[in-house]
Structure formats: C-alpha cells, structure tokens
Design a protein around this ligand. Structure first.
Ligand SMILES: Cc1ncc(COP(=O)(O)O)c(C=O)c1O
Length: 444
C-alpha cells in the first residue's frame, strides 16, 4: 500500500474566531488549535508537516484510506462534466447507477435506495419512511418510534429523539412525541469481552415490553447493530436475531443504522451481512463515498417501498427529499469508492485483520486506568476510569498525548475509540497500540 504523504503547503490561518465548530470545546480549541492540511492513505499531515497516523478513519468514515486516486479522479471528472442536476422530477445517470450498485451490495430484499447528504438525514428519512409505510398499510395508528439508550443517530430532531445520548438531547426541548427507548446492551459484568458478549440477548425483549404497554401503535425500532459513537458496544450474541424475530411477529419495522458499520467496518459489506440479520430499512453514509463527498442513503425493502409508492395516487408518492439527494459529485465518489473496495477486497481484508486487531487492542487491558476493552471487526474501544471530579479529563489528555505523538484516536468522555482505515497494516496496528499505550501510561 503506498504511504507517501503529500507535502503540506497550506499555511494555518491565524484568525479562527468566525467558525463555530461542531461537537467541539470551541474555547479550548481556539486556545490550542489542531489542524490538518493534507492526508494520504493512513496519515494526516499537520500545518507544520507532521504525519499523524489515522487510527479513526477520520470520523469512522475514510474506510479506504485517504486521497485514493480513483476517487479523487472521479470527483474531478464529474465536477467538470455535470456539476449539479436538480433532484426533484429530474435526474442524472450516476445516481441511478450507484443505487443499483448498492442494491447489489446490500442483503437481499433491500433493493430501493433513497439518497440524502449525511447520516443524520439518512436517519430522518428512515423514520419518515417507516411512518409513511405504516400509514400506507392502513396502520396509521402506528406513530410511535423506539430507539435505544446510548444510541447515536445523528443530530436531526428525529435522530436525537430516538438517540439515547443525554448530552445530545438535553438542550433541545421535548423532541418528537411518542418516542420510547429500550435499554442499552453494555453489561459491566462482561468487561474485556472479545467480540460479541455471550450474555444479554434477552435485552431485545424490552421491545416486547414496550408493545405490551403501547399496543399496535409502534411504527419502528431503530438500532445501531454495533453502537459506535457511545463507545463501541457489540451486540450480545443472539440479540439482533431476537429483535428481528419479534419485529416479524409484531408488525414493528426494524431499522438498522449502519452509518458506521456499513462498508467493511465489521469485515463484511454491512453488519446485516455480518450478523445474518436483515432489517426492513437501513441507513448508510460515511464510508459510502469514503467521506470524500457528503452522501447519505436509506435502503428499504421492496415491500416497504411498494406500499408507499405503488399504492399511492398519481403524483408525488413521498413528500420528502433534498436539493442534493444523489448529487453528481457524491454519486461519482460513491461509485469510485465501491470500485476501490471491490478491487482491493477491503471488506475481506478487514475480516482477515480483525484477529490481529483484537489481540493488539486487548493488549492494552492491563494499562493503567483501563477498566474495559471492547472490539469487533476493525473497531475497538477502551474505557478509562474517570478521574474523580473531572469526568472526561483523562480521555482528553490521552487524546492530546496521542496527537502530539503522531496518532489520531477518538475520545468520547473517558472512552478512547479506534476505527482505522481498512488498509491499515499490521505494523501500523502495532504502532497505534504502542503509542496509545504510552499515552495512557503517561496520563495520571
Ligand atoms: C450510527 C450513526 N448514525 C448517524 C450518524 C450521523 O451521521 P452524520 O454526522 O453524517 O449526520 C452517525 C455519525 O457518527 C452515526 O454514527
């Protein structure tokens, strides 16, 4: 794998004041900014020309590594040929082509694709499709949505309503009405589990309890097959199967949010394939274009699509869409990305590497303050014991030490998450773990 980093030629700006940054401690960042000006394959480049090993694939999204020539060329070509085509009542060929390619990649039955621009939009789209489906089936009383504690489904009002991370919800009022949550699957009694926890499948029965309370008013349940942003929580063995079986019995639609787990992260095209459990609706984003151009997608079964589209009166069947749904640059990037994944067999590569990855990540189990390690596919997370009176401080310091030492990890509170590009070498896995171990050891 070529690993030469392009020279950083962009000077860092000296006035950062106008930009309000997302999910950032803005005041701290502006006192001590961290910028990237270049990236190639496994590395970012800082303004002073330092290489930083990317152990997070950006934000869980650059699955094929940075600056991949086929994707770069496709975007450049497309920008010159057709910069934009209206997405309502008009189209352009690449969006249709990408939808077909996705259909071929996704588990059988998920054969209709609706494009958006982000994971958040893919989630809102999925929730709206679920409600519209139930109504189209004469089940208009099914208006409730069920999410899960600790879930992250982006930042739209739909996504934070079904999401379960308190900080992301608390400033924003009552959110969507009629939303309930099942329990998360993290079990402190099963710490340092390699892969899926043995116990906990019965947590899926929470949905049954909600149906006992709410009757036939629940439209859909949405889960991340592996909860990512909250700190990598692989599903207990049998959990997703149990959720699927209950949805089949009860008429509740099952939505998998595969924004992180899609495109090879777990060593298969999707988590649905990895776990052999197919949802009715699946959300995708991030790795769909290797993050080179924003794109979200919501894939649905023919049954769901046909109920809404085939059963509608003549005219627009579904009043939803985005100016940039299936944008030409995103579609070009998506096609080139899928070709890159296929040509380099990156999903299989992730599966092959996952054993070495698991061993390496769990090698940090005895590092100071580490109270749990989890992994699945090419994801991993370490929980650090929060410092008394200063939750998150230890995680932030470890992140900073890693960065200064040339390693990018992700800190969410005191959890350090890892999700490298699928092109990572075994030597780079060793380097990442060694640097992370050093940073943890140096952090009081
Ligand atoms: C599972 C999941 N869903 C949705 C999103 C939101 O995606 P975006 O930030 O592209 O809106 C994310 C982002 O991390 C995610 O992890």
């Amino acid at each position: 794998m070529p690993d030469d980093v392009t020279a950083a030629s962009v000077a860092a700006p000296n006035d950062l004041s106008a930009l309000w940054m997302p999910f950032t401690h803005n005041r701290a960042f502006k006192r001590e900014p961290r910028l990237f000006v270049g990236a190639k394959d496994m590395h970012y480049v800082t303004p002073d020309g330092r290489k930083v090993l990317d152990a997070t694939a950006g934000l869980w999204c650059v699955n094929a590594g940075h600056g991949r020539p086929r994707i770069v060329a496709a975007i450049q070509r497309q920008a010159a040929e057709l910069d934009y085509a209206p997405s309502f009542q008009l189209g352009h060929p690449l969006a249709f082509e990408l939808a077909l390619k996705l259909r071929a990649l996704l588990p059988g039955g998920l054969d209709q694709v609706f494009f958006s621009n982000s994971g958040s939009e893919a989630v809102d789209t999925a929730l709206k499709i679920a409600l519209a489906y139930q109504r189209a089936c004469g089940q208009g009383q099914r208006t409730r949505l069920v999410g899960r504690e600790r879930a992250y489904h982006g930042v739209g009002f739909g996504g934070i309503s079904v999401g379960g991370m308190g900080n992301n919800r608390r400033s924003f009022g009552p959110l969507l009405p009629g939303v309930d949550h099942i329990r998360h699957t993290h079990d402190p009694a099963q710490r340092f589990t390699r892969g899926q926890p043995e116990r906990g499948a019965e947590l899926a029965d929470d949905l049954e309890r909600l149906v006992a309370v709410h009757g036939d008013t629940i439209a859909a349940v949405i889960v991340e097959p592996v909860a990512g942003s909250t700190g990598v929580l692989p599903p207990p063995k049998g959990y997703l199967e149990r959720l699927r079986a209950f949805c089949d019995r009860s008429g509740v639609l099952l939505i998998f949010d595969e924004v992180i787990t899609g495109f090879g992260r777990l060593g298969a095209a999707t988590a649905a394939e990895r776990f052999a459990v197919t949802p009715d609706i699946m959300t995708l984003a991030k790795g769909i274009t290797n993050a080179a151009v924003p794109l979200g997608a919501t894939a649905v079964s023919g049954r769901v699509h046909d109920a809404i589209v085939e059963g509608a009166a003549p005219g627009i069947e579904f009043f939803h869409g985005y100016t940039y749904s299936g944008h030409p640059l995103a579609a070009a990037a998506g096609l080139a990305t899928l070709e890159t994944y296929a040509e380099e067999q990156l999903f299989g590569r992730a599966a092959e590497l996952s054993g070495a990855w698991e061993t390496a990540v769990h090698g940090l189990a005895r590092a100071p303050h580490v109270i749990d390690v989890r992994n699945l596919g090419l994801t991993g997370a370490l929980d650090l014991e929060p410092r008394a009176g200063a939750p998150g401080a230890r995680g932030a310091e470890v992140f900073g030490r890693c960065f200064d030492d040339g390693l990018l990890v992700r800190a969410t509170g005191d959890t350090i998450a890892l999700s490298p590009p699928l092109i990572i070498s075994e030597a780079q896995i060793a380097e990442a773990v060694e640097k992370l171990g050093k940073a943890i050891a140096a952090t009081p």
